[in-house]
Design a protein around this ligand. Sequence first.
Ligand code: FMN
Length: 279
Amino acid sequence: MPDPAQSIQASLSARFGERLEIDASLPGLDDLARIAAHRVIRRYQPRDVTPELLRLLCACALSAPSKSDLQQADIVIVRDKSRRETICELLPEMPWARTSPVFLVFLANGRRVPKLSQMRGKPFPNDHLDLFFNASVDAAIVLANFLRAAEAVGLGCCPISVIRDHASTVSKLLELPEKVIPIAGMCVGWPAEESGISARLSLDTTLHEERFDEGDLGEQIDAYDRRRHALRPYRNQREPERFGRAEFYGWSEDKARQYATPLRADFGGFVRAKGFHLD
Ligand SMILES: Cc1cc2nc3c(=O)[nH]c(=O)nc-3n(C[C@H](O)[C@H](O)[C@H](O)COP(=O)(O)O)c2cc1C
């Protein structure tokens, strides 16, 4: 068993390019080591995850904190072969959605709370952007909690937001009623790959003291691009026919190219059509 403090240090140094001091007497270092070592897994062993284990993990995930205790997140376990197949066909560029033994969909549920008001004969003057936002945040926290629970028992996961490119189809398939929308899917299975740590922006960029300070963003991004490139360079460049071949192709170039095309511009329309008011 590797020393947890050393393991945390190694993971976070690969992640942020910074050596953090770790007090080896802290409790919970095994938990921190697992969190620090997070990586998505996209290849799985052909071994099932039992329904009992899945239920346990979902219960742990749904133990997440919830805004005002409103409990506006739900999970759908998709087991039915033909339903699963329909989802996989929507995501041909993501074969891991087909090969994972388990596929989940995390939902933002803005329906239950207005129903409570209806059931208890009360007005509900809160049908505005905050209903959508609160439900989405709750669902995202439950998703992250699921990931932590699954990684704790040795499973690997990959969230799949690309299902939202097909939000109406997924919504029909899962029979989602008004004010219930998919936030992301999740592939879950026993890992069949040793994927590496994905470097993040430096803590100088994303961690602020007392007030927001952007610093010299250009310099920080250049440094991050180089650090990340040294660890795991991109294998392919996006749309070289449109943007040419970059001599140095870093994260910022990749993200700028990715977001040079409208993505999910119809999602607001979908959310509104599902009965959320976004004003
Ligand atoms: C909300 C969310 C949606 C994601 N959607 C996808 C997806 O559709 N397809 C995919 O392959 N990975 C997806 N990912 C995984 C990210 O690409 C991955 O977390 C990121 O590259 C960082 O890698 P790491 O998690 O291993 O550190 C998603 C992650 C999150 C949190």
